[in-house]
Write a protein of this length. Sequence first.
Length: 155
Amino acid sequence: MSLTQTNSNNVLIAEDDDDDFFIFSVAISETGFTVLLKRAEDGELLLNFLREELPDILFLDLLLPCKNGKQCLLEIRGDRRYDRLPIIVYTQLDDLETVEYCYRQGANLFTIKPNSIQDLKEALQRILSVDWKKTLYFPPKSEFMVGKLRPKGWA
């Protein structure tokens, strides 16, 4: 993994919950990275946004209205225009089947929404430390999960 602090990151988060978005925006502002944060509130808006502008990093909640995150992941990874887009799954779903699915479908990293801003900030610092503009990082399965929370049975 290439660890550097780039000048800025254009970050798109697909998140329908206002409270979760607020917590995410506070945590990301405390990471020390310069970030331009944009939000898509459902899966349809996400896909429309991507047709107009490609962010540097996409944080994808799986529990989205209109088109859920799993459907969005399949569509994005099925379109060659988005081959260089890092997708970080950011969800409350913490079952092994969901994590395995996202790994197999080409997500770059997976993080379960933590219970504290500090834990989220630490996870975001690790994610934003990857120089995604130079390296599209697909970690081994053992490094796919970011953060302290893990589903039962995860290696």
